[in-house]
Unconditional design. Structure first.
Length: 288
């Protein structure tokens, strides 16, 4: 069976990057399936994603990585080599609003989302039966309103233990309505995606759709972004909007918004697990 990989690269822009990388792959018996690249004139960084297979017998994974490391060092590359046959392990966090959770589980079960989901975590019991219907372990980690910092940290430590024991590659906040501590955000840097119920920046806080309705908005949307210690300020991965009008109630806006949230979050998760996202400072490069 041939080896199949996805290589992502970022480095200072310089002449000959594509030539050096493609030449390296050819020398090691690799055939490129698809390739995409982008040079950012502002940051002067170059980004590349290459999907390839090793067609020549005798090229071992360890040898490929060792020689790639030498190439990366010579060009100052930040690179990652992913086995394309391995499905990333994703942990879903949810509270009491379940449309994003339900959508992701359906896509997973239908084979539309190439992941493994070894755990669903919630601070409420609302979706334990939904998790059971997909035969996925449900972990109830309650956190009472007004909980002390010590209680919050104890609950977060249990989340960390699950991440470690289940070897989680990505954490998805599928409408998980708890603010993560700065230390957990740092531990999850580049490995956690949140869905925000607005086209950021927009109406924040409680009842965003009611606020939008009161202001007579004409567009509503959703934003998927990486989690950072700055609330809802992480690098944006995907956004989408739907046009609305004065005749729609706040409930109708909320229903439309839920649909947008599901689609936006699913796209962001799919792009992550397909290794299409590379961070570029406060922004992202997404090879679609």
């Amino acid at each position: 069976m041939s080896l199949e990989y996805i290589l992502t690269i970022s480095c200072l822009d310089q002449r000959g990057i594509v030539h050096r990388v493609s030449g390296f792959l050819a020398e090691h018996g690799c055939n490129i399936i698809d390739s995409a690249q982008f040079g950012d004139a502002e940051s002067r960084l170059f980004f590349m994603r290459v999907h390839f297979v090793v067609e020549e017998a005798g090229v071992a994974d360890s040898a490929l990585r060792e020689r790639l490391a030498a190439l990366g060092a010579s060009m100052g590359m930040d690179w990652q080599l992913h086995d394309a046959r391995v499905k990333p392990r994703v942990m879903l966090l949810v509270s009491k609003i379940g449309h994003c959770l339900n959508d992701l589980l359906f896509r997973y079960k239908s084979g539309l989302l190439p992941v493994e989901i070894p755990a669903i975590v919630s601070n409420h019991m609302d979706f334990y039966q939904l998790a059971a219907s997909y035969n996925i372990p449900f972990h109830h980690l309650p956190l009472a309103a007004g909980a002390s910092e010590a209680m919050k940290m104890a609950q977060e430590n249990k989340v960390r233990e699950l991440m470690d024991s289940q070897q989680i590659d990505l954490v998805v906040l599928a409408r998980y309505m708890q603010i993560l501590s700065p230390s957990l955000c740092e531990a999850l840097r580049g490995k956690a995606i949140n869905i925000h119920h607005s086209f950021l920046p927009s109406f924040k806080g409680a009842r965003p759709y009611a606020q939008a309705h009161q202001r007579g908005v004409k567009l509503i949307g959703a934003t998927a972004h990486f989690v950072t210690g700055e609330l809802d300020e992480g690098p944006i991965i995907e956004q989408d909007v739907e046009r609305v009008d004065h005749a729609m109630s706040a409930e109708t806006l909320a229903a439309i918004g839920r649909d947008v949230e599901c689609v936006v979050l699913a796209r962001a998760v799919k792009w992550f697990v397909e290794h299409r996202i590379v961070q570029n400072g406060l922004k992202t490069v997404v090879f679609k």
